[in-house]
Design a protein around this ligand. Sequence first.
Ligand SMILES: NC(=O)c1ccc[n+]([C@@H]2O[C@H](COP(=O)([O-])OP(=O)(O)OC[C@H]3O[C@@H](n4cnc5c(N)ncnc54)[C@H](O)[C@@H]3O)[C@@H](O)[C@H]2O)c1
Length: 319
Amino acid sequence: MSILVTGGAGVIGSNVVRELLQSGQEVVVFDAREDRSLLGNLDVAIEVGDICDLSQLEDILRRRKVEKIAHLAAVMPDWAKENPYQASRINTWGLVSVLEAAKNTGVPRVVFTSSKAAIGSVDSKFTHPNYLPVGEDIATHPNDVYGATKLASEILATRLAKEFGIELVILRLASTYGPGKTVRHGKVGILSKIIEGAFRGESIRIDSGADQKNDFLYCKDIAQAVNKSLEARIDGVGLFHIGSGRISSLRDFVESVKSHIEGTDIQIGDGLDYGGGVGQYFLMDITKARDGIGYVPQYDIDKGIADYVKTLSQSGQMN
Ligand SMILES: NC(=O)c1ccc[n+]([C@@H]2O[C@H](COP(=O)([O-])OP(=O)(O)OC[C@H]3O[C@@H](n4cnc5c(N)ncnc54)[C@H](O)[C@@H]3O)[C@@H](O)[C@H]2O)c1
């Protein structure tokens, strides 16, 4: 029996795969690309294809004797904005495809990585300078195409999982960072751009945003959340917010990068909104995730950045 990780060649997926293998599970990756740059020398098979190819997915689920699916395959905000038809197809229909294939082959559990972008704009009590933790009952107002595809996926998948009798765990992730993100995610990968740029000895200039606080979530904490969701007792459908449990400013983040990489030249102007209108900045309330799936974040920014830099040192620059 095996676990299928869709998007397993990606920034978060590769960490999910690594952790699953370390715990002795059999894993198969499904991805659009046979890209092993983040999987290193992990001994894992990659099935290459399009997440919307239902018959290929069903064939893989049967042939590989898959018992659970972690569904992470998706396209990111910048690309989704430029390609809304394809983004809806991959992000939203892709999840429908996974659920229908699971139903047709008898796979009982699917874990899906959604995003804080599905929440989008929030009330002022959740933003600067208040930052009250945002729980799962928050009203949703996605403010970009990507967030809308994620919210549409949540709604459709919740309905389908109930009709199909599949256990579905939806994880809404905070703002993430992890090795390999810069080249993949462009503008939304600003945290990784700072670390990876500093690691390469580049001068980094960001006009404004040092005072902006956010919930910075390290990829290894997400791997923990996904893998606990594959195991947890779930009654039907569960929606959980996954964050670091802390709120920190971009200035704090940069100071930590400076302490871990010698001789950095990073300058960031004061002010808010370092993403220039594309970011969502708030603190995820992780109480429900702690109680429901046993998620306990292990990485504050200092520990996350230290691990990130160590990974870069061990593997060279990520691409
Ligand atoms: N990185 C973030 O900031 C963030 C935040 C919230 C949620 N998420 C979600 O977490 C998940 C993983 O994100 P990531 O950061 O690892 O992204 P990533 O881009 O590194 O990985 C996504 C993977 O999906 C694959 N993929 C894309 N289209 C596909 C298709 N049609 N068929 C099969 N595979 C396809 C890509 O090749 C890639 O390897 C995604 O669902 C994403 O929406 C990410």
